[in-house]
Design a protein around this ligand. Sequence first.
Ligand SMILES: Nc1ncnc2c1ncn2[C@@H]1O[C@H](COP(=O)(O)OS(=O)(=O)O)[C@@H](OP(=O)(O)O)[C@H]1O
Length: 415
Amino acid sequence: MKSPGCASRHIKCLIVNLFLGLIFLSGFYHAKNKSFLILKSHGELLIPSMPCRAKTNVMFLKTHKTASSTLLNVMFRFAERYNLTVALPAAHHVHLGYPKTFLAHFVEAFQAIGQNYNIMCNHLRFNPSEVQKVMAANTFYFSILRNPISLLESSYTYYKDTVPAFRLSKDVNEYLASPMKYYHPEDSKKNIYARNIMWFDFGYDNNAQDNKKYVQAVLKEIEQNFHLILIAEYFDESMILLKHVLCWDLDDVIYFKLNSRSQDTVQTLTLESKERIKVWCSLDWQLYLHFNQSFWRTIEETIGLKKLEKEVNHLRMRQKELMETCLSDQKAVEKDRIQNKALLPFQSGAANILGYNLRQDLDNRTLRTCQRMVMPELQYTSYLYAVQHPHKKRKPFGLSLPAFQEKKTQIPPPN
Ligand SMILES: Nc1ncnc2c1ncn2[C@@H]1O[C@H](COP(=O)(O)OS(=O)(=O)O)[C@@H](OP(=O)(O)O)[C@H]1O
């Protein structure tokens, strides 16, 4: 049995250890201020959370016409920075089997690499059980949504020549005046971009009956499958939230807008058309309303609006700085004005997809950083494929390899 004296020595020891532990933890906290502050009991007690470590197993569901190419570029740059393995489309494909429902073997070298991919972000139609065969159990899942009104107009212009419902109508307003005149059941597979495209990308039936119970069940399932849903209209806020939840650096989420159109290829929607989209794409409309709300709730529960505003300003300043460093025109330019044709984005339908001209006087290191910021989806996918699978036949849209290669950074220890 221990004597009372011995017990008091133990208590003293415990206090000293606790004190040292606190000093140790506060050292961590000051070393790099990446931790969330958890507000306890009426805001009196501010306790730093455990130090965070950058998440490197991340799956991004790339939805269509939602700013997803800009995000894919963010993901690819992060993958390169830390030498991560990306689940890329197999063989000559540029998408992960889309519009087919995703299967694990759509990923290059799945048989050999198994569940050891870190990043997955090329277009696919979501299918959780098959995605889970490719991605590790601790993977972070996120996606992005856009207001179905502007999305449908963007989709109309981009897929004007390929989607039967769009081809048959004169313009987007005519299409929306009576969509069923152009949207024929026998073309339903080719018409996916013409109705509830986000619903389809998440793996659901874009022609399903709008039934309250069904919609609620789908929204719940998406909430269970995804940790975070971002909103294209608040892209900068989305990047800050993403940076926080993934414990990434600000520079990891700095971006140049990709896959945008020249203003003259944007059609003006009438007020009636805007209202009609809410009905015609009612599944997407409810999806968007639901996750727009949860997006702001998550911001309030994690960063808070004040900190968000401050960090968004930092992001915009850093973005401006990088644009000045990298770009000769300081902005995106029309397809005919892009000088280096290797950096020309894929063009489709009636859209004039903008791209960038890099400054001529960049040193090698800056040039490599800038090239990656402006590299369109297909070129970047082909490039990473050639790096990861050097013995395979190159994909189309290949870029010359040596010019883009650089040293990799090791993932930092917890900070
Ligand atoms: N950062 C940011 N913020 C807001 N909007 C952005 C951003 N980046 C891209 N975009 C717009 O997203 C549209 C292209 O979307 P995607 O890249 O997903 O298209 S695709 O499905 O991969 O072809 C396209 O919309 P439209 O211009 O209306 O067609 C882009 O302008």
